[in-house]
Design a protein around this ligand. Sequence first.
Ligand code: CDP
Length: 201
Amino acid sequence: MIFTIAIDGPAAAGKGTIARAVAAHFGFAHLDTGLLYRAVGRHLLNGEDPVAAARALDPAELDEGALRTPEVAQAASQVAVLPEVRAALVDFQRGFARREGGAVLDGRDIGTVICPAAEAKLFVTASAEVRAQRRFRELAEKGLEVDYDTVLADVRARDARDMSRAEAPLVAAGDATVVDTSEMAIADAVAAAIAAVEARR
Ligand code: CDP
């Protein structure tokens, strides 16, 4: 059985949480594609060439803990504008999407560029303030020193870069179900996502 669920949306909209819950519900594999760009961003911060890093990236080595920092997020969105970086990551993502047993991929361009023929597509969004509040709490819980206004500015800068880039900009696919989680509890957002996927099964 091959079935791809594409989940896109802006920074800190809750894509990851929803993608993990949807994957667990259907028994599908899950790929957080943001980690690929974060890993390349990490190489940029180390002074390495991002294109070479993307071409040599071993997805088995993605260390989520080390990559979920605001500094790496900004570097990720900088390398994500480079067409050669994006091109180097396409085959791995498409292979994952069509694996036997079903797959959930979350990112920015899954429903538009990576898997335009995905069986189900969701676009998860929320207001910038709500997203910044959630990310602020998440980072504070990890013990990172952050303040809300800086997190909000980071989220806005990243959204602007992700939406305005020429290559694979962040935009909802025409056939995606939009889930606005601004005023939704996580359980309700997950239930809405599962219902949208069920409707395509
Ligand atoms: O978790 P959060 O939403 O904050 O970010 P992420 O999904 O880990 O993505 C980090 C950055 O990688 C984004 O701001 C994008 O610039 C880039 N990205 C992308 O261009 N395409 C994807 N499919 C996934 C991430």
